[in-house]
Every structure is written in structure tokens, then in C-alpha cells.
Design a protein around this ligand. Structure first.
Ligand code: FE2
Length: 276
């Protein structure tokens, strides 16, 4: 499926951009289903990548095996009430959409994705995590520089691959992805671990996040699949535009590697991780 040039790019840059990977009908089905999930949910927890409280920890841990809606900090007042309609207040849904929801299951278990990650070296795919990221107009929050392997570490090698689907056009104005091309060859800076029930970021390496001149924006049309190496530094800016930037992400590790037992996201024997 991948051309020699695409394989070279994956090797050199740790990122692949595949426009037109998903047809509009599938994107629309996912957008519709996402809004239905939000409408049926009860706002309960606030998600912020800047500050993670103990309350948010409990909601995050529970979401590992569930379909949970996280709401924007700026959309909830001091009493915990939403200040904008629910559909405009949600930050994301996570983290077991692909196993708990039939629409997301179908979208995620696409044989072409199985073929793609196999070509990238993932011999025994394990679908640990899915997220629907809304990036709302005006209030869609920043996602600071990070590496996905910080959250889904495997040993002895990092094996996680991120599959990022643009459900709507992503632009410089509405908070498209930014990457550091080639940065996947650098070290893993930190790990987000469950330390006896407390979630915390563990520093590993002091290599700074990239200066602006080493980064590249990835504005892409709806339907594009962006594939991210687990150690590739990436980020996205806040959305200050008037349009949303919905994206769906799926994170896959290689079952030949040991999934770190202190990763924040775990599953019990009653709900084992599966492949495609
Ligand atoms: Fe990420």
C-alpha cells in the first residue's frame, strides 16, 4: 500500500500524511455518532492538559474501558454548570470508543489500517485507545508538545503508532497538528504513569521541545489520515476560529512488546485489548 517514497518519509520524518483515506460518508457517520454520545452524556468532569486534578484522575482512569465525555474548562462555571450548549462544550470522548461503540468499531477496524500498521512494523497490533477530539470553535484548547509513547509506553522498544483522522478540515486557524519532522529519533522526554493510584508525569530526559524553526504545521482536508510515530513530538494550537476541528485518534501498540504495567491506561482480564 505504501510507496517507497512514503516508506522513506516515515523513516526520515516519523510521520505520514494520507489525504482522502476515509470517505465523507464514514466521516459524517462518526461526527453524527459523536454528537449523539455527547447529547446522552452528563457533564461530570473537566479535562485540561494544563492542570489535572485528583477528580480528573478518577474520571480519566474510569474512561480507559468506557465511553466518557470530557468537557472544556472554559465551558464550565464554578458550580460545575455548562455555560454553553453541551455539543459546544465537549473537549473529547475517550478512551474505548473503538471497543464499546459499533460505529467507532467499524471505522477503526478497517482492514486497510491493519495493512498499513503492519507495513510500518507493527506485527501484532493492539488497539488500546481511541479519542474523539472536538477542538471547538473559540474555546478549543491547546494540546501542548508531547510524544504519544509517554502515555502508551512499551518495552523494550516504543511501538505505539498514532492514527489521526481529520473528520473536518484542519487549518492553521482552527488548530491543526504541528510536528517536529525527524524528532522521533530523539529521546522520550517523559512518561505519564499511574504511581500507586496517582497519575503523574515522570521526567525522563531534559531534551527541550523543538524551537519554532524546527516545526511544521500540518493543515489537511477532511478525510486525511495522519500517521504519527510514537516518539514524534507533536502539538496543536488553541482554536480561536469560528469553526470546529473534529478529529478521531486511534493508538496501536505491538503485542510483541511488553505494555508497561504503570501506563495510566490498563485493562483487566474481563476486557482484554484486541487487534483489528
Ligand atoms: Fe498525541
Amino acid at each position: 500500500m505504501l510507496s517507497p517514497a512514503q516508506r522513506q518519509r516515515w523513516h526520515d520524518e516519523g510521520c505520514l500524511v494520507l489525504p482522502g483515506f476515509k470517505p465523507e460518508a464514514e466521516l459524517a457517520a462518526l461526527r453524527r455518532r459523536s454528537l449523539a454520545i455527547v447529547e446522552a452524556s452528563e457533564p461530570a468532569a473537566v479535562f485540561s492538559t494544563v492542570e489535572r486534578s485528583r477528580l480528573a484522575d478518577a474520571a480519566l482512569l474510569a474512561s480507559a474501558t468506557a465511553v466518557h465525555c470530557f468537557f472544556e474548562e472554559e465551558a464550565v462555571d464554578a458550580q460545575g454548570h455548562l455555560t454553553v450548549p453541551k455539543a459546544r462544550a465537549v473537549n473529547k470522548i475517550g478512551h474505548a470508543l473503538h471497543d464499546r461503540d459499533p460505529v467507532f468499531d467499524r471505522f477503526s477496524r478497517d482492514p486497510r489500517l491493519a495493512g498499513l500498521v503492519h507495513e510500518l512494523g507493527v506485527a501484532e497490533p493492539r488497539l488500546w485507545q481511541s479519542m474523539l477530539i472536538f477542538k471547538q470553535p473559540r474555546i478549543g484548547g491547546e494540546v501542548t508538545w508531547h510524544q504519544d509513547a509517554s502515555f502508551l509506553a512499551t518495552e523494550p522498544d516504543d511501538s505505539v503508532v498514532g492514527l489521526w483522522f481529520a473528520l473536518e478540515e484542519a487549518t492553521l486557524d482552527n488548530g491543526c497538528l504541528w510536528i517536529e519532522p525527524g524528532g522521533h529519533r530523539g529521546p522520550l522526554r517523559e512518561r505519564y504513569v499511574n504511581d500507586g493510584g496517582t497519575l503523574r508525569m515522570l521526567p525522563l530526559d531534559t531534551t527541550p521541545w523543538p524551537e519554532a524553526e524546527r516545526t511544521r504545521a500540518l493543515p489537511v482536508p477532511a478525510g486525511t489520515l495522519v500517521v504519527l510515530h510514537g516518539r514524534l513530538p507533536h502539538a496543536s494550537a488553541p482554536n480561536r476560529s469560528g469553526v470546529s476541528r473534529m478529529a478521531y485518534t486511534l493508538h496501536v501498540t505491538d503485542g510483541r512488546m511488553r505494555y508497561a504495567p504503570n501506563n495510566w491506561l490498563q485493562r483487566g482480564a474481563d476486557f482484554p485489548v484486541r487487534g483489528f
